[in-house]
Design a protein around this ligand. Structure first.
Ligand code: SAH
Length: 219
């Protein structure tokens, strides 16, 4: 057994179940997503000093100026992605610490995730390995370009806010698939869900949100 974070490990199952009850009260309805949120140990993904706060509904710092999204947002985005069933292949842009990636890996057989910061990607790799998650391919790159050679994807999730939806990503969406992302407009962000139909694309705007901005290039 892994001894890292063993202090919280003892109680984390119970704490997670309380988190799931809170997500339910906050309006998350998809039982599969709630089940996954109850299983994935979020404290593995955050700095040891913050592990005891991992199940609170707050965003936490990841270092490098980035944050791990609050559990509600991860559940909400996962629910929106999961509704695009059947999900064979999912693309995530903005791996961060890999927590959302781990949740997606339980909802889809194949997950690809792109992160622009090499240092964060190596943390994510370590966390996913620790949980023995093997159906994720991580890539260091600028996610705005997606992964053309692995397209089309049944769902694309972006976890950094864009001022416009990158056209290249929409082209990598399968017909019937959906993209979920935060979009910034006049200083405000909201979640957008874009669906690709045979005729073209439809867009719906949902909750107001707060994400770090999408940045160009790699570091
Ligand atoms: N889902 C992550 C959220 C991390 S915050 C988690 O739960 O931990 C958003 C992430 O998007 C950051 O890690 C940031 O470095 C990354 N990012 C920003 N612009 C990007 C781009 N163009 N391509 C890939 N990743 C990007």
């Amino acid at each position: 057994m892994n001894t890292r974070h063993s202090g919280i490990g003892m109680t984390s199952q119970r704490t997670r179940l309380r988190m799931v009850e809170r997500l339910r009260r906050q309006g998350i309805r998809d039982e599969v997503v709630l089940g996954v949120m109850g299983e994935v140990p979020r404290h593995i993904f955050v700095d040891e000093a913050l592990a005891s706060r991992a199940y609170e509904d707050i965003a936490l710092p990841l270092g490098f100026g980035q944050t791990i999204s609050q559990p509600y947002i991860v559940a909400r985005m996962s629910e929106l992605v999961h509704a695009a069933a059947p999900l064979a292949k999912v693309l995530e842009i903005g791996t961060g610490c890999g927590y959302q990636t781990a949740v997606l890996a339980r909802l889809a057989p194949q997950v690809y995730s792109v992160e622009r910061l090499a240092a964060l990607l190596s943390h994510a790799r370590r966390h996913l390995r620790e949980l023995r998650i093997v159906n994720v391919r991580l890539r260091h790159g600028d996610g705005q370009f997606g992964i053309p050679e692995s397209a089309p994807f049944d769902a694309i999730v972006m976890t950094a806010a864009a001022t416009h939806v990158p056209r290249i990503l929409l082209e990598q969406l399968a017909v019937g698939g959906r993209m979920v992302l935060p979009v910034t407009e006049r200083g405000r962000q909201h979640l957008a869900v874009i669906e690709r139909t045979r005729q073209g694309y439809t867009e719906n705007r949902l909750d107001q949100v707060k994400f770090v901005p999408l940045m160009p290039g790699t570091e």
